[in-house]
Structures are given as C-alpha cells and as structure tokens.
Design a protein around this ligand. Sequence first.
Ligand code: ZN
Length: 304
Amino acid sequence: MTDLPFPEDFAPELRALLAPDLSKAAMIPAPTVQTASDLFGMDAGTLMIRLLPVAARYARVPLSGFHVGAIAMGRTTGNLYFGANMEFSGHALSFSVHGEQSAINHAWQMGEVGLEALAVNAAPCGYCRQFMNEMVSVGEGFNVLMREGSDAGDYSYSAKPLSHYLPESFGPTDLGMEGGLMSQQDQPLTIRSEDALAQAALQAAQASYAPYTGAHCGIAVQQADGTVFTGRYGENAAYNPSFSPLESALALLNMRRLCQFGYDITAATLVEVDAPISQRSATEAVLSAVAPDVRLTYITAERL
Ligand SMILES: [Zn+2]
C-alpha cells in the first residue's frame, strides 16, 4: 500500500482511503470521491487537483523528462480517470501520447460517453486543445481545471470552458458532423477469424470514431501474463491530433496496471476496414519501439 505514488503532503487517512482503488488501476470511482468529500470536506475538483502528481508518476518520458498528469471526470458516473504522457524513443515525436489524451482515452475505453471536467498539471498545449475540441461534451458544461494556488497547501483552482483556451475554434460541426469523440459507436463490422485477440480488436474497431475517413480500426495487445488491452482509433476534424489505436492501447495499459508496469507485449492484432487511409505502418513502427520481437497480425474487416 505504501508503494503507491502518493505525494508527501497526503495525510495517512487520505492515503488509506485512496490506496485500495489505486492499487487496482489509476482510477478513483465516484463513491470514493464522495467519501473524500464527506470525510475531508474536499470537493471533487480539489481532489482531482491534489491527485495530479499521482497521475504524473505514470508518465513515460525518456525524451523530455516532462511529467504530465491529467485526470478526467466522467459525465455520467463521476468516476475519475487518470492519464499521463508517453514518449517512444527511436520514433517520430508525432507518436507521443499527451496526458490529456491518455485521460480521455482512459475514460472513453471504460465506457464513458462524455466528460464533466479534466484537470491537468500544466497548461494544455495547442494539440490537446484541438484534441479536446473533438469531444461530444465540449460546450455542454465541460471545464478544464488548473491549479491556481502556488503555496503549499493551497489547492485552489480555476474551472474554465474549453472555449477559454481555444477561442474561434475549428471542430466537428465545421465539417457538418453531429456528435463527437466519446459518442457511442457501434460500427457494423465483421471478420472471419474466431481468434480471441482478433475478436477483441474487432470490438475496439466497432467502437472506434472515424467520421471523416470511415477508416474504423481497433487493436488488441496481449501481455506475457495473458492480460489483453484494446485500443480504438479516435479521429480529429483537424486530422493530425487523431489518436492511433496502438497509442490508445498502450495508454490504457499504462493507466490500468501498476505505475511503470512493463509493457511485456507478446502479441498484437490490428483490425481495420479497407479505407483510403491505414494505421498499419504507424502501428508497426510504434510496436517495434515497445515490443521489437512481436510481429503485428493484420486483419481486414468487412462492413455488414
Ligand atoms: Zn498536449
């Protein structure tokens, strides 16, 4: 319990409350958030701000050494999902996962269909502002939380809509789209393979978000102990901030296992529809960074 990455200013009672949840995954369920409020008078936003250093410990940053922690609150559940940035040595910087992307991916993959708020320990970069602008809940009460207090013990924070950080924005509605990232997807796709990893990748492809190209795609990776994580493609109106399926799977793995747990990937299967774009080459590149001995299994899905 004591090896969890709590900051030094966490009282023993607060550590004891949060440790059982954090020992399973980097997530705090809503009932624990409520208990923190009842016992310590700490509102959810303050708890999110205080937990950002914990989220940042999950960062894998061999290039920058800059640890970003982000925490997303699910709109329907009130659960808190942690995220952290990830970098991959030997490959283009464009494969990097940002902390905000990681937290949003975590919430999305755990079934959330919108966010109430997202807290982050550094001002969101332009790329993340554009990534967040794709979310279905933007403009419906979603706020970005940032710590304002700089003195020890002062956890006051600002809560501002994304429009504050991204005025005169370009997003899905400019391309005539309704809905957005995290909206429920159930793409009618099928594959011939009955393999369990392929079927898991198919489910991820069915849940992927690709309104601009239709290139629905999902991946499943298996770890040495048999644990499987899936990743979904998440497209963006501005194209470049689109989130690749393997980035999605690695970010989920990073937040659902113990802090700095090894990748330990022994198999990976990508399922995608035949479309004008493909994730195959980018997936093989990133896979070679984290699992050089694993050969990607590639399956084309058919639309029903
Ligand atoms: Zn960013």
